[in-house]
Design a protein around this ligand. Structure first.
Ligand code: GRG
Length: 296
């Protein structure tokens, strides 16, 4: 049976958006500009990929979706904070994201910084609340803190900024991709497995799947920045080149980058093939294939 991944992501997006609306402070509350700015970026669309990975992994491991919802929203809050801060003039200086003006263009720089800060910290509060067993919550918080913080996404971002306008080698580029993008995707899958109470063996295999998928996703993203359609992507293309950023295509060329994506995807799929029962992992397989063929 073939799986319609776009449809699957739409269903998950609806579910996640309802939950995020519930967990975020209401807009009319004082100081309302803060909540407006947070909500502006959270509800600006996006693929909801991290929540989808988390929820689908929980489902594949026979866990409960309602147990996974808070962690899934927390991940999307953290992802949204990272995009708001990444777009700031001091970082990538982007005016356009997810098809609309970036947060600082609409709310000003100070409010954009605060909206990002608030989303990051609110994520931890949302994950720490709710009925899940305390030990699971601690593990989830540990996973997401490590992935997004000093040794994870922030380290990747710092290395990325350092690398602007300089020649870097493949190891440095792999470091940036692994931490800036890969760590949060890896955490999404691992957190889904943790919610479901998966065995350590399953967790290890799923981690390998997520690591390969994360790198393939980022290389594909680099490729889209060169050959993608700005309308479909909802953002400007050619930004990496104009910022003189080292990317997979700039180091290896487009064709070798495409081959690398395909090899990594095959490896991710082979990881899932070793897990039982095979049908339970069909959606995660379909998602991996879709991700490296997407145009947005
Ligand atoms: C500011 C600490 C800090 C980190 C920023 C996420 C990030 C790190 C920067 C965003 C720029 C970028 C291109 C990162 C690579 C990861 C990536 C492809 C992000 C976009 O994720 P998608 O495609 O976005 O899941 P949507 O809009 O669909 O949610």
């Amino acid at each position: 049976m073939s799986i319609d991944v776009e449809q699957l992501l739409q269903t998950i997006s609806k579910q996640i958006e309802q939950a995020m609306d519930l967990y975020l402070p209401k807009e009319g509350t004082h100081p309302s500009i803060l909540y407006e700015a947070m909500r502006y970026s959270v509800f600006a669309g996006g693929k909801r990929l991290r929540p989808a990975l988390l929820l689908l992994t929980t489902k594949a491991c026979r866990g409960s979706q309602s147990d996974a919802l808070r962690a899934a929203c927390g991940l999307e809050f953290i992802h949204t904070y990272s995009l708001i801060h990444d777009d700031l003039p001091a970082m990538d200086n982007d005016d356009f994201r997810r098809g609309r003006p970036t947060n600082h263009i609409v709310f000003g720089e100070a409010n954009a910084i605060l909206a990002g800060d608030a989303l990051l910290t609110h994520a931890f509060s949302v994950i720490a609340s709710g009925d899940l067993a305390a030990e699971k919550k601690v593990r989830l918080i540990q996973e997401v803190a490590q992935a997004s913080g000093a040794l994870g996404m922030v380290a990747g971002q710092a290395a990325d900024l350092l690398a602007e306008n300089s020649v870097i080698d493949v190891d440095q580029l792999a470091f940036i991709h692994q931490h800036k993008t890969g760590d949060l995707l890896r955490a999404s899958v691992r957190m889904g497995a943790i919610v479901a109470g998966a065995t350590e063996d399953t967790l290890d295999v799923l981690t390998k799947y997520a690591e390969a998928l994360g790198l393939a996703f980022q290389i594909h993203d680099d490729i889209l920045d060169v050959v993608g359609d700005p309308v479909a992507l909802g953002k400007q293309t050619g930004m990496d080149e104009s910022l003189q950023k080292a990317t997979w295509p700039s180091v290896f060329g487009l064709e070798a980058s495409r081959q690398q994506v395909s090899k990594l995807t095959d490896f991710a799929l082979s990881c899932l093939a070793s897990l039982e029962p095979s049908e339970a992992f069909a959606e995660l397989r379909a998602l991996a294939t879709w991700l490296v063929n997407r145009n947005h």
